[in-house]
Each structure stands twice: as C-alpha cells, then as structure tokens.
Design a protein. Structure first.
Length: 319
C-alpha cells in the first residue's frame, strides 16, 4: 500500500520526494529507536508512533495490560478434614485389629509351634520353582532396598511447595493402609517361611515367632505402595516431558528388586511377594485417586459434612 506522507516541519507543509527525504533525515536526527519485546499489531504500532509539528519524534506506545484475572489452576489433589479422618482412621482401625488379634492368639497359645525342618513336598509347584534357602546377605539387601523404595517420594521436592503438605498427608495414609493390610494378611493366614524347609534359618526370627509370617510379603507391599504412589502423583504434577517415565521406571525397578531379594533371601515364596505387590499397588493407587475426587468435589462447591448425634453419626452431602 502506497501512501503520501505529509510532515509538518517548523510550521511549513512540504510535499514530494525531495522534501520527503529531507524531512525524514530531520525527523530521524532526534529519534530514539525502540525495539518492542512483545508482538504488536499494525494498528497498535501506528497509534504508538507520532510525528510532531516541531519535527521531533515521540514514542507513546504502551503495551496494553491484561486486566483480566488469571484463571486459578485447578488443584490436582486436595484434602478434606472429614475425609482424612475417615481414611486415616480406617487404616489405624485395621492396624489396631491386627495387633489385638495377634495378642489374643499369643495369650491363648493359638500361634503355630516351630517343629524343625519342614517337608519341601508341601511347597506348591509354582512356589517351588523359585524356592531358596536362607541367605543372610540378601536379607539385609532386601531391607535396604525397601527403605530406598519408601524414600522415593523425596522427588516431590520438585513439586510446588504449597502442595508438599497435601502430598505428605496422602503418602502417610497410603503407608498406613499398606502396613495395616499386610499385617491383616499375616494375622489371618499362617504360612511358614521358605527357610524353615532347610537348615540354617535365622534363629532369632524363629524364637520371635516370625517364621510363620510368610504371607504376604511386607517388604514388597511397602515398596510397591511407594513406587505406585510416587509414579502416579509425579506424573500428575509433571505430565509433560520424559522425567515421569524415568521416575516411574526407577521406582518400580527398586520395588521389583526388593521383591526379588525377599525370594533370594529365603524369606518369601513367589506368591507372597506377588500378593504383597498387589496390595501395595492398590493402596498406592486408591489414596491419590480419592484425593483427586476430593479436589473435584471442592472445586464444584459440593461438600460432605458429618454431625455426631445422640444415636449415631449423620452424614450430609450438599450439592
């Protein structure tokens, strides 16, 4: 588009190519070059540049400020006092039940009595394939790997600081449920550990009555709970990029190594660690999922409250 430029210079109106060149030189002798740092439309640039009557150049463009408030990011996970009491209270109730049942059986003499080496023909065929005698080294390695697995949520230092408390509460609840459920399994099912089918068992564990607590594997339960929780929550906070895959692979590698070491140490059968892994995976999934639902509930303005009545507990759901 070709336009004819009129410039008022010291009160005189000039027109034409020769005068136009002279005027441009006069104007640009006092110009300050401005390089915008943001994209501008043609109309914004035109409004911002003005040629004055005295031949001087003025820059009056001011980028428009966005006055609209930024939309609040929807929370991925949230807490609710009532829900936390129910979730944590339920886990503590299971743990208390496990403890009381174990104490009751001990006082009544219902716990199994160690009678020496057991017959390997009693081992199911699938478990017999990976049967191992007691190994002191792998026993210690397995415990170390379990601790490492339970520390994997330390990667959440990369998450927003305002989310640390929520993540901490969720992880604590998942650990409580994993611990309670694996103890419930041990209290309900008496199963001799693999090391009782050969000599060289750890005498201290036999004396403490731990020899019949093979099912399920507590180490595998806690390791897979941590791996699942960390992988799911980290992936929710950081859905882009490859880091979530690296974190997930690392967490599950440690968990799998923990389970394998428990078999190699002669403390568990294959079915013990598979059951423990299933329990841990379930608790590691369900707690974050529950708090995702709580976040959606809070964002929608809905609420669930409870009142203690003389004859019971009243739950009220507002929507």
């Amino acid at each position: 588009m070709r336009d004819i430029l009129f410039i008022e210079l010291q009160g005189c109106k000039m027109k034409g190519k020769r005068l136009l060149l002279s005027a441009i030189l006069t104007v640009f002798s006092s110009v300050n070059i401005f390089i915008p740092l943001c994209a501008q439309t043609k109309s914004q640039i035109a409004d911002g540049l003005r040629l004055t009557k005295t031949g001087s150049y003025s820059q009056s463009f001011v980028p428009e400020e966005n006055t609209e408030p930024e939309p609040q990011k929807e929370k991925l996970f949230d807490l609710d006092p009532l829900a936390e009491v129910v979730i944590a209270g339920g886990a503590l109730g299971v743990i208390a039940f496990d403890y009381l049942k174990t104490e009751k059986n001990t006082k009544k003499g219902k716990n199994p009595t160690f009678t020496g080496i057991r017959n390997t023909t009693e081992i199911p065929a699938t478990d017999a394939i990976f049967y191992k005698e007691y190994n002191h080294t792998f026993d210690y390695i397995g415990t170390g790997l379990q601790v490492a697995a339970m520390l994997t949520p330390a990667v959440f230092v990369m998450a927003p600081k305002q989310e640390w408390f929520t993540i901490g509460i969720m992880y604590t609840e998942s650990v409580l449920w994993a611990y309670g459920l694996k103890n419930l399994g041990k209290a309900m099912v008496y199963r001799a550990r693999p090391y009782t089918y050969a000599t060289g068992w750890p005498q201290k564990d036999v004396d403490d009555g731990d020899w019949y607590n093979s099912f399920p594997s507590g180490h595998a339960t806690m390791a897979f709970n941590a791996a699942t929780f960390t992988t799911l929550v980290y992936g929710s906070f950081f859905p882009e990029g490859k880091t979530k895959y690296i974190v997930g692979a690392g967490c599950y590698a440690i968990a799998a190594a923990t389970a394998a070491s428990r078999i190699m140490s002669g403390n568990h059968f294959l079915s013990d660690v598979l059951t423990g892994a299933a329990i841990g995976t379930t608790t590691g999934l369900m707690i974050p999922i529950a708090h995702t639902y709580i976040a959606q509930l809070n964002a929608s303005g809905k609420s669930l409250t409870a009142r203690l009545l003389p004859n019971g507990l009243l739950f009220k759901y507002e929507y």
